[in-house]
Write a protein that binds this ligand. Structure first.
Ligand code: FPP
Ligand code: ZN
Length: 335
């Protein structure tokens, strides 16, 4: 593990991009591990985290050859369900979470033409309920994460107008709490992961006026603990993935300077394994692709120079990918 000192954390070489690229490529090829078996049901999200991390550090071509890309796309294709949804892994039920992951993967590989947008739009529309909320699948669980997935996927397909955006945003507003944060459903505890989805959905839906920027900004800034990392709720341990959930929300609100970015950068870099690659949730834990992606994405939001393809805080895709889709990255839309 590396222990960067104050001042050197924003050096390009402080992030071991080659080791991380190899770590992700290795993870995508090892099918015989226990971890592989345990994560079968969410494989599509895993592919999105890995591919997006590689794209952000400019290692997509170096670490994923044309053959591997085709293999990945054909796997994604085999997760397509009759309903138009995608499942997390072959043989599992379709879900709006993995439907967004599929769209993101095709966008990252610049292969949007190979999707069937009408089928995806029909599925996403069928998941919206009377009160504007979205259920995640045919079994009916409702969660503000699913609203984000719906609005993000439709915007990436340039079909946002096909659902009731006002109703979706009003439902999110009903999930707002006294502390300025948001929960999964009305009355649900504020949680930084849900805050990302709610702020993101409101921004995509053009209703950020529902957010009390100062109140929520305070709550988000309070997530930084002594060791520099961020947690998801009061009294919880810091975790690298919250570098994304918290910082992306602060970024949309224009308030990333409300936290100590040097301290957060040092915390993330302390969680990387510079030899075998990968980033873990906390220093000295085992790295995984999820935390590798969110660590890199967090560093990107702080302008780390190794993130050569800076990532957008709303769509969690590199700005260059959004530009290809004709979507203005959030940072540019504010200029
Ligand atoms: C914390 O999860 C994170 C959330 C609740 C937000 C998840 C957001 C999505 C699935 C939307 C798609 C995301 C992107 C980046 C495009 P956790 O289960 O780790 O929470 P815990 O720390 O409380 O266990
Ligand atoms: Zn985590």
């Amino acid at each position: 593990m590396s222990s960067p000192k104050a001042g050197d954390c924003f050096e390009k070489s402080s992030l071991a991009v080659e080791a991380h690229g190899k770590f992700i490529a290795r993870a995508s090829s090892s099918t015989d591990t226990l971890e592989h078996a345990f994560t079968e049901h969410l494989r599509l999200s895993g592919i999105y985290w890995g591919v997006c991390a590689l794209a952000t550090i400019g290692r997509l071509d170096a670490d994923l050859g044309a053959e591997k890309r085709e293999e990945i796309l054909s796997y994604v294709e085999s997760c397509r369900c009759e309903s138009g949804a995608y499942s997390g892994g072959v043989g599992h039920d379709g879900h709006i979470l993995y439907t967004l992951s599929a769209v993101q993967i095709y966008a990252l590989f610049d292969e949007m033409d190979r999707l069937n947008p009408d089928a995806i739009v029909a599925y996403v529309k069928s998941m919206q309920r009377e009160d504007g909320s979205f259920q995640g699948d045919e079994w009916g669980e409702v969660d503000t994460r699913f609203t984000y997935c719906a609005l993000s996927a439709l915007r990436l397909l340039n079909r946002l107008h096909e659902v009731d955006v006002e109703g979706a945003c009003a439902y999110i507003n009903a999930c707002k709490n006294f502390d300025g944060g948001f929960g999964a459903t009305p009355g649900g505890e504020s949680h930084a992961g849900q805050v990302f989805t709610c702020v993101g959905a409101l921004a995509i839906g053009g209703r950020l006026d529902y957010v009390d920027g100062d109140l929520l900004g305070w709550w988000l800034a309070e997530r930084q603990v002594k060791m520099g990392g961020l947690n998801g709720r009061p009294e919880k341990l810091p975790d690298v993935c919250y570098s994304w959930w918290v910082l992306s929300s602060l970024s949309v609100l224009g308030k990333t300077h409300w936290i100590d970015r040097d301290a957060l950068c040092r915390f993330i870099l302390r969680c990387q394994d510079v030899t075998s690659g990968g980033i873990s949730d906390r220093p000295d834990d085992e790295p995984d692709v999820y935390h590798t992606f969110f660590g890199i994405a967090g560093l990107s939001l702080m302008g780390h120079p190794a993130a050569v393809e800076p990532i957008d805080p709303l769509f969690a895709l590199p700005n260059s990918v959004l530009a290809r889709l004709g979507i203005k990255p959030w940072i540019e839309s504010k200029e």
